[in-house]
Design a protein around this ligand. Sequence first.
Ligand SMILES: Nc1ncnc2c1ncn2[C@@H]1O[C@H](COP(=O)(O)OP(=O)(O)OP(=O)(O)O)[C@@H](O)[C@H]1O
Ligand SMILES: [Zn+2]
Length: 714
Amino acid sequence: MMNAALGPLDYKVPAGMNVEYGQIVIAPLGPRQVTGIVWEEDRLPANSVPEAKLRPLLSAVDVPPIRGELRRLIEWTADYYIAPLAAVARMVIASGGALRGPATMTEYRLSGGMPDRMTPQRERAIAALEGEQATIRELSGLADVSEGVLRGLVNQGALEPVEVDVDRPYTRARHDFDEPDLSDDQRKVSARLVEAVATRKFAPILLDGVTGSGKTETYFEAVAEALKDDRQVLVLLPEIALTEAFLKRFGNRFGAAPVTWHSSLKSTERRRAWRAIASGEAQVVVGARSALFLPYANLGLIVVDEAHEISFKQEDGVRYNARDVAVMRGHFEAIPVILASATPALESLHMATSGTYEKLDLPSRFGGAQMPEIRLVNLTEEQPGRGSWIAAPLRRAMFERLERGEQSLLFLNRRGYAPLTLCRNCGFRFQCPNCSAWLVEHRLSQRLSCHHCGHETATPEKCPECGEPDCLVACGPGVERIADEVAEMLPDARVALVTSDTINTPEKAAQFVAMAEGGAIDVIVGTQLVTKGFHFPELTLVGVIDADLGLEGGDLRAAERTYQQVAQVAGRAGRGAKPGEVLIQTRHPDAPVIAALEAGDRDAFYDAETEARRHAGAPPFGRWAAIIVSAEDDAEAREAANRIGNSRPRLDDVMILGPAPAPLALLRNRYRYRLLLNARRSAELQKVIRQWLGQLDHPPGVRVGVDIDPYSFV
Ligand SMILES: Nc1ncnc2c1ncn2[C@@H]1O[C@H](COP(=O)(O)OP(=O)(O)OP(=O)(O)O)[C@@H](O)[C@H]1O
Ligand SMILES: [Zn+2]
């Protein structure tokens, strides 16, 4: 049996109890009871316990067994990413109480009655809760009043209880609810996708279509085919903000919302979704990367939308890349996997050109919309004034848009007001106490915050070092500062700030989309949140504040990411009838990636980047891995890293660099050292690492993490 905390444990099956492989069971462990999955003994490390010593299982949980296909995926993931099998299994059964018996819960709604005594808070609650039904805690969040106020309303009869079945069924989606008229290109591609679903074989497919070409519309046909056939579909999306716009489109096409899965689900929703997925009742699941490990009863198709997005890479716990694991799941389930993107990862493109993936193209925008015109603004010649970040050409273009009643979008991938705050008097800089990073000023919330560990402190009135009042200066721009500049420059414009600080719930995302679509916003200022997925027909100007930003820092794929981000945000311009224009501010107009963006020459960029990677033995031509050693005590971490470094294997096909202090040398109060491995494709990288690290012991405070195919080297 596989326990989600402890790994493999041995039990005997008591007489009269029927279990299959994959069955979720309850077992005794000392005085406790633990949950586990029944596993094939010969697939686990052997540690044979004499029959007489085995304790019997207690009971089987009444949910369908974890299927063999998923058990193989769990094994593969643990093996490939050098993670404990138990940690991967945990992702499958971490389910918000799904494993407990049938459940009902009490929700509350307005009864129509009024309390005897009205208070401002009660009044506010009643106004806010019109049409809502949820638990007291959720209602308190919705109405922004305390739970005590709501309990008062319950006692007064103004709120009434409703018993709901937690596992009530979802509304059925219909494959033919509202079928679109596809363009010729779209029809050709969708026919192949539909065929792949009908064939029921493993088929990795790269759906490579320019921004606005209708990739979503096209792969919806494959979703429809699976629905017709009563098979389940998983659509992975990189961001919750994107989900809202997506849900609306999905509802329009299929007449019902899909089942969603992401970290901000309430535990009852999580349980309901998990059970419906495991029983086969959930038809289409739209989720973040963790939805990949759910126990689908009858999966027929996986779609990874915006497949190039780095948020598919999980950076803690089991460090996996959902895009790659999705393809493996497709392999084990023997179903097609569609990777959709306008700017595919170089690795995906390489798999397509080498024939491992099939590639389907949508080369032009839907409905005759043209690709936007792209121009560079050379910041070395067109310097914005002091404390200003929008150069004259971009300003002029924004004025024009406002006059014509069209929308502009400014992109800067930096949250907050300013990335560094210092004292004008003594030079003091605000640093995170837990990390080697500067604190970022957030003016909206009047706080300084660390973007690595979440540490926050109120922005002080005076310098904590020299005590001088009013001496703090903000250095550099964040989106909040850009929004301020826009407000000053265009006082009549309606400006929306779109970052994970302002759009942090599905409701707010939906509200933003509705306002932007309804023409209630003139200028959108945002981080990478605005680069993808959105379709605003009146948006005709995109300004990239600092295209050079992504080229700095510890990103292994800096050029590729810059290309993708700028191309994606540029792709928001001119999607409707009016043509779009993109202005890219840069200090390095000659850098190959910037030049390729200006020329709109995607192939030139990918060709150059491919050659650079080939030369460096970087993916897809070679492989990388990182070993990260951390401890609260610096010396302990350094010594452990040195021990690992000193016992390194000498191999021709694996180059090992380090240990060296990680660029983020202190993170969440842990000191960090790092080794980098660069291996030839033929090397048995995982085996090497497992043998190497497996023979070493470290003090209990030391953590050794392995990152296979890392994205970030910080
Ligand atoms: N066949 C069609 N019929 C009607 N509308 C369509 C059709 N194809 C695409 N559209 C519309 O065109 C717009 C762009 O399509 P979609 O969002 O699917 O493109 P995309 O390729 O996914 O774009 P991006 O990669 O930029 O997010 C959407 O508003 C979509 O509804
Ligand atoms: Zn920090």
